[in-house]
Ligand binder design. Structure first.
Ligand code: SDX
Length: 426
């Protein structure tokens, strides 16, 4: 017999079906609540609200579990390439050799961007934050590829829009960086893998030959995999709700980039490094900084999470990778010691333990980005590069399922005027 939830309102009983997910998550289906009762629910920030059913990513915040299409993140981060994970998220299965070769080839062939993107880049001052530049460049793809505005594309056209965005994102990211530095743009090199190609576009110098360090490329591969999707987080929910109006993929992802930019979301990785640098520059002890956090004078950026009330599994992997990568690169960055000391102090302190505040994906990632030579103001752009396949997969799923336009309700608390005659007197 179907499981039901009963709500008693004004002395009347209403029953609503209970939905059970494949990992035994439970939800009360209130799709008919307002029609049957006149009531709506209230859940500021949607902490208790499921916006959709999805087959893409599962995360268990209490037990620190993260799976992409059923595969544990730990396995994928250790054994897969980023493009294999991109394929898995978007198409639902890990590619075989032939599928991966074809996918890689299709992406390589479309990695160039329209030369007029240089004109857009020229319109930005060199100090423009690269997240603002990137969201503009992604949205400009609706102009260079106006067919992407068709709200009912064929599967073939939809796939072409997806391939174009995956292929051109590394080029747009690297060009926004090169522009900010006043350096000439590097073009994609199709013979290189996705991460190596990105690194050469970012750092190759026109007067010298550039060698991609496999340690750096492997580290980037792992970081991009760890950021690739995270179910209905703020930026992915943004991509979904914009996509639910039948807006284009490029317009929806551009909106997601702007949501990710916020310091409470993807912008935290930049805030963490700035926080650690500030602690070191001020000579403040870790204990003194922790006291400031407990007095709510500052937030411990990179700590806490809307869903994880245990260790963020990505943070665990990145922390181990930090030591490995810095050792392999022969880098001794004292900031890592400060981060570890902060984590150790916080995890022993009841203030953090009681609030279930643990390191999240952003706490250690910036230390690796910095070791890879990526500047701090590009950290959130790197998060966007990693999250792109998740945004695409979730947008594709929403459109395939023909989900309705997103339109939450509200409880009105504004003024109430009954004497409308006042207006008529004017
Ligand atoms: C990401 O959703 C996702 O999946 C996101 C993400 C993804 O992959 O897409 O995982 C990526 O965004 C990770 C989060 C990155 N953000 C930060 O590191 C910024 C710092 N963290 C926070 O501001 C905060 O923890 C949030 C926003 C992440 C979560 O906030 P919640 O769950 O809404 O918690 P809250 O703000 O209601 O805080 C509950 C309590 C409060 O204290 P009290 O009022 O109960 O006394 O915990 C405190 C908060 O003050 N608190 C913190 C804290 N985070 C929460 N105190 C100090 N430092 C912090 N970082």
């Amino acid at each position: 017999m179907a499981e039901l939830a009963e709500i008693i309102l004004d002395g009347k009983s209403y029953k609503f079906p209970v939905i059970t997910g494949t990992e035994n998550e439970k939800a009360i289906d209130i799709s008919k609540l307002r029609d049957e009762t006149g009531y709506i629910t209230y859940d500021q920030g949607y902490k208790n609200t499921g916006a959709t059913k999805s087959e893409i990513t599962f995360l268990d915040g209490e037990n620190g579990i993260l799976h992409y299409r059923g595969y544990p993140i730990e396995q994928l981060a250790e054994t897969s390439s980023f493009l294999e994970v991109v394929y898995l998220l978007i198409y639902g299965n890990l590619p075989n050799r032939a599928e991966l070769d074809s996918f890689t080839n299709r992406i390589s062939k479309r990695s160039l961007v329209h030369e007029d993107m240089k004109i857009i880049l020229d319109g930005f001052p060199s100090y423009a934050h690269p997240m603002g530049v990137l969201s503009s460049l992604v949205c400009s793809m609706t102009a260079f590829y106006p067919e992407s505005l068709n709200p009912n594309p064929t599967d073939e056209d939809m796939d072409l829009h997806i391939i174009r965005l995956l292929a051109k994102m590394p080029t747009m990211v690297s060009w926004s960086y090169r522009k900010s530095k006043g350096m000439p743009f590097n073009y994609p090199k199709n013979g290189l893998d996705y991460c190596s190609n990105f690194l050469q576009m970012m750092f190759a110098h026109p007067t010298e030959s550039y060698h991609v360090d496999p340690v750096v490329s492997d580290a980037l591969n792992k970081l991009l995999i760890l950021h690739a999707d995270h179910e209905q987080n703020c930026s992915t929910s943004t991509v979904r709700i914009v996509g639910s109006s039948q807006a284009s993929l490029y317009g929806s992802v551009s909106a997601g980039i702007n949501a990710l930019w916020g310091p409470l979301h993807g912008g935290a990785n930049q805030e963490v490094i700035e926080m650690l640098d500030e602690i070191m520059a001020s000579g403040m002890s870790v204990a003194s900084f922790i006291d400031k956090v407990k007095k709510k004078e500052v937030r411990l950026m990179g700590f806490g999470h809307r869903v994880y009330k245990n260790f963020d599994p990505r943070a665990k992997i990145i922390k181990v990778a930090c030591d490995q990568i810095l050792n392999k690169l022969g880098i001794n960055d004292p900031i890592l010691d400060v981060a570890k000391a902060l984590e150790e102090a916080a995890l022993k302190d009841p203030y953090f333990v009681d609030r279930k505040l643990y390191p999240n994906v952003d706490f250690y990632s910036g230390i690796i980005y910095r070791a890879l030579g990526i500047p701090v103001n590009m950290f959130t752009v790197m998060f966007a590069l990693g999250r792109l396949p998740g945004w695409i997969a979730q947008w594709k799923e929403l459109r395939a399922n023909k989900e309705p336009i997103g339109r939450p309700r509200q409880i009105y608390t504004g003024s109430v005027k009954r004497d409308f005659t006042v207006i008529a007197k004017r």
